[in-house]
Design a protein around this ligand. Structure first.
Ligand code: SAH
Ligand code: SF4
Length: 348
């Protein structure tokens, strides 16, 4: 028996079954444990009466639960957003956001501590890369939000996840996909059927791998510039994965997965929000199965750009429509508690 503990939330249902069988127990116990963890939300061996004592003893010796204690919780004044600063076992911290839009609750989840991609306007990028999160640390964020909803007692449950918190999910591909597999498992949280959206800065090999492997989720690609030079000025990794290669990968993904891509465009006044910029986006994406999500810039300490105003955002949208491109302007929520897109930095 290995001395290194295995974290339950790191395991897919099949892997948990294998662990249980390898330790000489019935797979029925694995199924029951999975239900305790993901449906009943029990993480205390003493409160699992349906499991035999011998199994519980072995499990307690070899298995651990990933717990993310809340260090700080903040609520936006509009009541729509809550931000949780969660403590990891090694003293690093991450942020997870609970958002309420009309009729739905969405968790915005982190995939790394910090980020290596260095986008100039992003608070996470400004803090640099610290480490990848484990699959269990990603799953535990979703469970935390679901627990909060259960505790509120209003019958709400977590239904949607956006992998748009701290970090670049495709830089941490294996852990993120393992977490997605756990989150979509039909006998667990069952967040399949496109309830999960993964946002990438444009890690080309990751997009191609995802196109080949497939997962029942949406893909969002952060664009921000429609020419190589303009994009690279905001998104430094565009030098590594140039726009042309990114567009090839996106077209490949759309063809292979038979699924549209959401492109994200942070609107920065005078920088990338002019009618010329909108026409350039139109030319670039024309004919693709695509939707553009426009995000007026949220303030961060390390970048002094200003957000595009509503009128200019609608003008941008109108031009995109001329190219047959649907778009949305993202509602600004949680800005007063620095919980908006790109504002997460695990600051206290
Ligand atoms: N690393 C991934 C996902 C996390 S960022 C990615 O970059 O896509 C989620 C979204 O927020 C991205 O589209 C990102 O470009 C955007 N974003 C980052 N900083 C922002 C800011 N200050 N204001 C508005 N959007 C921002
Ligand atoms: Fe990283 Fe995304 Fe922020 Fe860029 S926008 S620095 S990829 S988290």
């Amino acid at each position: 028996m290995s001395a290194t503990p295995v974290y339950v939330h790191d395991l897919t249902r099949e892997e948990l079954r294998l662990w249980v069988v390898r330790h000489g127990f019935s797979p029925v116990h694995a199924a029951r444990l999975w239900k305790y963890v993901y449906l009943d939300r029990v993480e205390d061996w003493a409160h699992m009466p349906d499991l035999p004592v011998g199994f519980r003893r072995a499990a307690e010796a070899g298995l651990r639960f990933t717990t993310l204690p809340v260090a700080i919780e903040t609520h936006s004044t509009d009541g729509f957003t809550r931000k949780y600063l969660l403590a990891l076992a090694d003293e690093h911290r991450i942020e997870t956001v609970l958002m309420r839009y009309t009729g739905r609750v969405t968790a915005c989840i982190s995939s790394q501590v910090g980020c290596a991609m260095g986008c100039v306007f992003c608070a996470t990028g400004q803090m640099g890369y610290i480490r990848h999160l484990t699959a269990g640390e990603i799953v535990a964020q979703a469970l935390h939000v679901d627990d909060e909803l259960r505790a509120a007692g209003a019958g709400e449950r977590l239904r949607n996840i956006v992998l748009m918190g701290m970090g670049e999910p495709l830089h941490n591909y294996d852990a993120v996909m393992r977490a997605v597999d756990i989150l979509i498992d039909p006998s667990g949280l069952a967040l399949g059927g496109k309830k999960i959206t993964l946002s990438t800065v444009g890690v080309v090999p990751g997009i191609i791998r995802l196109a080949d492997e497939g997962r029942p989720m949406h893909l969002a690609v952060s664009l921000h510039g429609a020419t190589q030079a303009e994009r690279a000025a905001l998104v430094p990794v565009a030098k590594k994965w140039p726009l042309e290669e990114l567009m090839d990968a996106c077209r490949y993904y759309i063809a292979k997965q038979q699924r549209k891509i959401f492109y994200e465009w942070t609107l920065i006044a005078g920088k990338n929000d002019t009618p010329e910029n909108a026409h350039a986006v139109g030319h670039l994406l024309k004919g693709q199965e695509a939707q553009v999500n426009l995000i007026p810039l949220n303030p961060t300490q390390g970048y002094d750009g200003t957000p595009t105003d509503r009128e200019a955002a609608y003008r941008f949208q109108k031009i995109l429509r001329e190219y047959g491109l649907p778009s949305t302007v993202r509602q600004r929520r949680g800005i007063d508690i620095a919980a908006g897109c790109g504002q997460l930095a695990a600051a206290q």
